[in-house]
Write a protein that binds this ligand. Structure first.
Ligand SMILES: [Zn+2]
Length: 274
């Protein structure tokens, strides 16, 4: 198991609470954990819900307003298949019913819209290579894309960057529009066992053991890229200090907590996604 992908503690849920609503309807505290005691159908609904919410979080900053960007969620039963928003739906209006399910060959399994081809070519090889990855997100952001033109890993110059200490890779290929699976496999190779891959001259991509943590850590990566772009000669902390910070901010539960904050801070009623 790679560094930073610790298993999470299970939390039993109240029988009278719809499981897919629990983390948003209950009080959010330091002790809040994801509910890992779900049936397959409940888990699927949770992953789809977090995916739709994740698209809306992207839209809350205007990211993906031109259609560039995607979030995928591995299906809990058909594990070679993943969910993503059907092509053409504005991210700000994403709902569970707008998601489509495609398999590792790109065939449409469920839903009545097409899937973004770049999403398939980039995400399918990552889901195939990394059985621990449930969620993955990529888009073109105000600082992630400029930083990616450096074709370098994030410097350890902020708390947010420490979430990726020894968990980041750089894909240096020049295929800025990913139109084939071989390029996606090379991106997956650059990601390795990490959490972040910087697609040179293109943007950022993060993964997580939940859709929520993948989205939460994407915000960390964008913030770290902003620090790096604005302070190109900023001080980098030592490896030992980065490792220590990573231990507190780099675990999967922290990524999940960031997502809970984003849902509460950036969106209206989460039930709008269905
Ligand atoms: Zn892209």
């Amino acid at each position: 198991m790679p560094q930073g992908f610790e298993p999470l503690t299970s939390l039993s849920m109240k029988a009278d609470t719809p499981p897919h609503r629990e983390c948003y309807d209950q009080e959010f505290t330091l002790e809040s954990h994801p509910n890992n005691d779900l049936s397959v159908d409940e888990e699927r609904l949770l992953r789809k819900r977090e995916t739709a919410l994740g698209y809306r979080i992207m839209a809350s900053w205007g990211w993906g307003a031109d259609g560039s960007g995607h979030i995928t969620a591995r299906d809990p039963e058909n594990k070679n298949c993943f969910w993503l928003l059907g092509y053409g739906v504005p991210f700000a209006k994403a709902t569970i019913d707008d998601l489509v399910l495609i398999d590792e060959a790109g065939a449409l399994i469920e839903g009545n819209r097409a899937a973004n081809p770049a999403a398939f070519h980039i995400h399918a090889p990552i889901h195939a290579a990394r059985g621990d990855v449930i969620g993955a997100i990529h888009t073109h952001t105000p600082y992630g894309t400029p930083f990616s033109a450096l074709a370098e890993p994030l410097p350890m110059s902020s708390q947010e960057a420490a979430a990726f200490y020894e968990l980041q890779g750089v894909y240096e290929g020049e295929e800025l529009n990913v139109t084939d699976l071989q390029t996606g496999r090379s991106i997956a190779e650059a990601l390795g066992d990490g959490r972040l891959v910087i697609l040179a001259n293109h943007g950022l991509l993060t993964v997580g053991t939940s859709v929520a943590s993948a989205v939460g850590f994407y915000l960390n990566a964008e913030r770290a890229a902003e620090v790096a772009v604005k302070t190109p000669h900023g001080r980098q902390i030592s490896s030992s200090a980065a490792q220590e910070v990573h231990a507190s901010v780099g675990n999967e539960l922290n990524g999940w907590h960031i997502f809970q904050w984003l849902v509460r801070s950036r969106l209206g009623d989460p039930a709008e996604v269905g």
